[in-house]
Design a binder for this molecule. Structure first.
Ligand SMILES: [Zn+2]
Length: 492
């Protein structure tokens, strides 16, 4: 979860985009698509494309943050520029940036602004796979998918970002609060994705990387999707065709790209050294999950979610979900208009989200002023729900902690939801400073090592055995080979 100040900026974004669209409508023209050679109706000239990218780049950097590792940023930029220079649009002002986000993703803005999350880097196994991801995103820009998206969308549908590879986003509370950046991303059409995969393979091969990096990284993405499904992670928003299908579809382009070339680079060892020490998962500044407890280092609070529930730390909210059920506990910052009492903030907030108050009272939670109430109403994708919710004041912020259960199960779950709500507590400065992120380290497998034993060594809940397997380009069922150099996760 980002600080409330940053969350507010998200709301302003929607307005900015709507204005940008109105401007674009005046600039409609016919153009030849640089990557495909096809003549098409385009709303956006290249100048406008660059201008839009520049404007939104400022927003992306502010919302997501830039990963603070100069050497790694330089490395990603070097690989990206080599690919861009062999594309059909070498003269665009290309920028390649690692954003400080744990989600596994990559995306592009119009005009040549490409982003890769720090969360995807551990799941790539060599430089050719990195080139595959960056090449795919370059393909979205050169084929002007974003420009076409803009011409197809109405102002209300315009998203901030287009061209993502895979967008996992848990947002079951869309009716309750602000939407995270992920939800503002536009869906790519299936054809656009397949085209970007093919273009990526072409650019990778032209610049000297093995184009097989593309199907390899798509295989890893497919494994992540598969593992997520079996774990029952809620609402993984799929804005892309199933990656496994893309693995098959890109093969022809890979074979084309291989024509006439003698030798390609993959650079497994060099890539491994680059990601050694990378922050893995959540950062204390954005909040970290330890078991069922969520701790936020810069906002200085902690909360214990119900044991065994899946906790997802999103951009604007933290959601704990009961596995296989529709019950949730949600934590999110809310705005408090000047002069409003906590009770008024609670009442208007819940009313706006479509919920009716049943009861409520002013109280304190672990020494913090709070308004705790019970509500009922309909929720998207669940139906009628009961809600136990606290609005709690800490420093200058107000947080909503809401336990939600389908009406039929509410009475049974109420004690569990209340226990979580009442665990919200401030952290001392010393406690906050002790929080350190988990990191990627390198390890050489010994005989008898299994993903289970390596995960157990990292500590309880730090990393799942399946995640370690996928991170090291293995199918979930395989085991590591003795002597194999592996990426592992060490606890902070
Ligand atoms: Zn894509």
């Amino acid at each position: 979860m980002r600080s409330p100040v940053k969350v507010l900026a998200l709301t302003r974004n929607a307005g900015l985009n709507a204005c940008a669209t109105a401007m674009l409508l005046a600039a409609a023209a016919c153009a030849t698509n640089p990557a495909t050679g096809q003549h098409e109706f385009s709303l956006m000239g290249e100048d406008k494309e660059i201008q839009l990218g520049q404007q939104q780049d400022v927003q992306v950097r502010k919302e997501m943050g830039v990963y603070p590792d100069q050497a790694l940023q330089q490395y990603i930029n070097d690989v990206g520029l080599k690919l861009a220079q062999v594309s059909e649009r070498p003269t665009l002002p290309w920028h390649f940036t690692i954003v400080d986000v744990p989600a596994i993703n990559a995306f592009a803005l119009p005009g040549g602004y490409i982003y890769i999350t720090r969360g995807i880097l551990p799941f790539l196994d060599d430089e050719a796979q990195l080139a595959g991801v960056l090449g795919h995103e370059i393909g979205h820009v050169t084929a002007r998918h974003s420009a076409r998206q803009y011409s197809r969308s109405t102002a209300s549908e315009i998203g901030l970002i287009v061209g993502s590879i895979l967008v996992p986003q848990a947002a079951p509370m869309a009716t309750l609060g602000q939407q995270g950046l992920g939800l503002l991303m536009l869906k790519n059409s299936r054809d656009d994705e397949l085209e970007a995969d093919s273009l990526g393979a072409k650019y990778a091969a032209r610049a000297g990387w093995d184009p097989d990096g593309i199907p390899q990284m798509l295989t890893t993405l497919a494994r992540i999707e598969e593992a997520s499904d079996t774990k029952g992670v809620p609402n993984w928003m799929q804005t892309h065709p199933v990656a496994e299908d893309r693995v098959q579809r890109v093969q022809a382009a890979v074979r084309d790209a291989e024509q006439g070339a003698t030798k390609f680079t993959t650079d497994h060892d060099g890539y491994m050294k680059r990601v050694d020490g990378l922050v893995y998962g959540d950062n204390p500044d954005q909040g970290i999950v330890r078991g069922s407890t969520f701790l936020h280092g810069s906002l200085r609070f902690a909360i214990d979610f119900p044991g065994g529930w899946d906790v997802t730390n999103g951009t604007s909210a933290v959601v704990a979900k009961q596995p296989g059920e529709q019950s949730l506990v949600v934590l999110e910052p809310v705005t408090r208009p000047v002069g409003r009492t906590l009770e008024q903030v609670a009442f208007y907030g819940m009313q706006r989200a479509g919920f009716t108050p049943v009861s409520g009272a002013q109280t304190t939670i672990n020494g913090l002023d709070a308004f705790v109430g019970t509500y009922a109403g309909p929720m998207q994708n669940i139906g009628r729900v009961g809600i136990r919710a606290a609005y709690v004041v800490l420093d200058r912020h107000v947080y909503l902690v809401a336990g939600v259960a389908p009406q039929a199960r509410y009475d049974q779950l109420e004690p569990t939801l209340s226990k979580a709500i009442l665990s919200f507590r401030p952290l001392t400065r010393a406690d906050a400073e002790r929080l350190q992120p988990n990191k990627i380290a390198l390890y050489t497998a010994r005989a008898g090592d299994t993903w289970q034993s390596i995960a157990a060594r990292a500590g309880n809940g730090v990393v799942k055995p399946t995640t370690l397997a996928i991170m090291n380009a293995h199918a979930a069922g395989d085991q590591p080979r003795a002597g194999e150099r592996l990426k592992v996760v060490v606890a902070g």
